[in-house]
Design a protein. Structure first.
Length: 354
C-alpha cells in the first residue's frame, strides 16, 4: 500500500511540474509574439488601450506591427522606378524598418502575387507604384483587409478608400507645361508625331490629353502620326523610324515618357533631323543630358524622390497613430518643366538650385 501511495504522489508532483513548465512556456511565447507584433505600450497604457490604438479612425487595422515594409514598383530599368525604390528604402531604413524592394514589371498577376507574399510575411505596410489603376484595386483592398495598409505613389488607383493615401504625379499639369514649351519651340506651326505609352494606363491617357489640350489650340500644328511604343526606348526608336519614312517632314515629337523620347531622339538623329523638337514627361538624368546636348527640348519632372520620401513618412505616421495626417486621400504632386535653361539643376529626380 505504501508503495502504491508513493507512486501516486510522485506522478501527481511530476504532472504539476509539467503543467507549470507548459504554462510558463506559453506565457513566454505569447509575450515574445506580442512584443514583436504590436507597437510598444507606453507606461500607464492598459492592454485595452493597446488594442484600441491598433485600429485607425476609419476602422482599418493600422498594420501587423512587424518591422517590414514592401516597396513595389515597375521595372528598375526605368530610372524613375529605380529612384522610387531606392529613396523609399533609404528613408524607411532611417526610420528603423526592414525593406523588401520588388518589381512587378507592369504585370498585374505578378503584382498580386507580390502583395500576397507581403500579406503572408505580415508586412507592416506597402509602398506601391501600381501596375494598373483598375486592375490593382482588389489586391490593395485585400492587403488592407489583412491589416497591411498601402500608400500609392505616382500612378493613382481607380478607387477611393482602398489605399490609406495616394501621392499622384500631376501628369496633366506636367504635360501641359512641356506642351507650352513645344508650341514655342515649333514656332506654333509644323507637323509632329506622338508616341504613346500603354494606352490602357491612366498615365498614358492623362499625359496625352494634357499635351493636346495645349497643342490643339494652334491650327498651324498638325499631328500626322501616332503610335504606341509601350513606354520602351527600343520600340520608340523603331516606331519613330517608320513614322519618319512615311512622313519625312515631321519636325516635332511628343512622347509619353523619357525612354520613348530618347528612342525618338536617336531615330531623328539617325535620319539627319538634329533640330527636331522633342518633349516628354519623367525628368530622368538621361533626358536631362539629352536636353543639355540639344537632342531633346524638354521633359516634365515627376518628383519621384519626393513622392517616395513622403509616402514612407505617411505610412510611418499611420502605423504609429492610425492617421495619415492628410486632409484628403489623393495628393497631386506638381511636375516641373525642365529645359536647357534649368536642366543643370536636376539630378536623380530631384530639382535643386542650391
Amino acid at each position: 500500500m505504501k508503495k502504491h501511495i508513493s507512486v501516486i504522489l510522485s506522478m501527481a508532483i511530476f504532472a504539476s511540474v509539467l503543467s507549470g513548465c507548459a504554462a510558463k512556456q506559453v506565457q513566454e511565447t505569447t509575450g515574445a509574439s506580442k512584443e514583436s507584433a504590436a507597437p510598444a505600450v507606453t507606461e500607464g497604457d492598459s492592454k485595452e488601450d493597446e488594442t484600441t490604438e491598433n485600429v485607425s479612425e476609419t476602422g482599418q487595422a493600422k498594420g501587423s506591427g512587424s518591422n517590414l515594409i514592401y516597396v513595389i514598383t515597375a521595372s528598375y530599368a526605368t530610372p524613375m522606378f529605380e529612384t522610387e525604390a531606392r529613396v523609399a528604402q533609404e528613408t524607411a531604413e532611417k526610420l528603423g524598418y526592414q525593406v523588401k524592394c520588388v518589381s512587378h514589371d507592369d504585370d498585374l498577376t505578378v503584382q498580386s502575387e507580390i502583395i500576397e507574399t507581403a500579406i503572408a510575411d505580415k508586412a507592416a505596410g506597402i509602398i506601391l507604384d501600381n501596375a494598373g489603376a483598375e486592375g490593382s484595386v482588389e489586391a490593395v483592398k485585400k492587403a488592407g483587409e489583412a491589416g497591411v495598409p498601402t500608400v500609392i505613389i505616382d500612378r493613382e488607383l481607380a478607387a477611393d478608400g482602398v489605399a490609406i493615401a495616394q501621392l499622384v504625379s500631376n501628369n496633366y499639369q506636367g504635360a501641359q507645361a512641356v506642351a507650352e514649351v513645344f508650341v514655342e519651340a515649333m514656332g506654333e506651326e509644323g507637323k509632329y508625331a506622338e508616341l504613346l505609352g500603354k494606352e490602357t494606363e491612366t498615365a498614358c491617357i492623362v499625359r496625352s490629353q494634357g499635351f493636346h489640350d495645349v497643342i490643339d489650340q494652334y491650327d498651324g500644328l498638325e499631328m500626322v502620326a501616332q503610335e504606341t511604343a509601350n513606354w520602351e526606348q527600343t520600340t520608340a526608336y523603331e516606331k519613330m523610324e517608320t513614322m519618319l519614312q512615311a512622313h519625312p517632314d515631321i519636325s516635332g515629337v511628343i512622347c509619353g515618357n523619357d525612354p520613348m523620347a530618347l528612342g525618338a531622339a536617336a531615330a531623328c538623329k539617325a535620319a539627319g533631323k538634329t533640330d527636331a523638337v522633342i518633349i516628354s514627361v519623367d525628368g530622368s538624368d538621361e533626358a536631362r543630358d539629352a536636353i543639355m546636348a540639344g537632342d531633346m527640348t524638354a521633359t516634365a519632372l515627376q518628383q519621384a524622390a519626393l513622392m517616395a520620401e513622403q509616402a514612407v513618412g505617411i505610412l510611418d505616421d499611420y502605423l504609429k497613430t492610425g492617421s495619415t495626417g492628410l486632409d484628403s486621400e489623393k495628393q497631386l504632386i506638381d511636375c516641373r518643366a525642365i529645359t536647357a535653361d534649368n536642366a543643370k539643376y536636376l539630378k536623380q529626380f530631384v530639382y535643386s538650385e542650391e
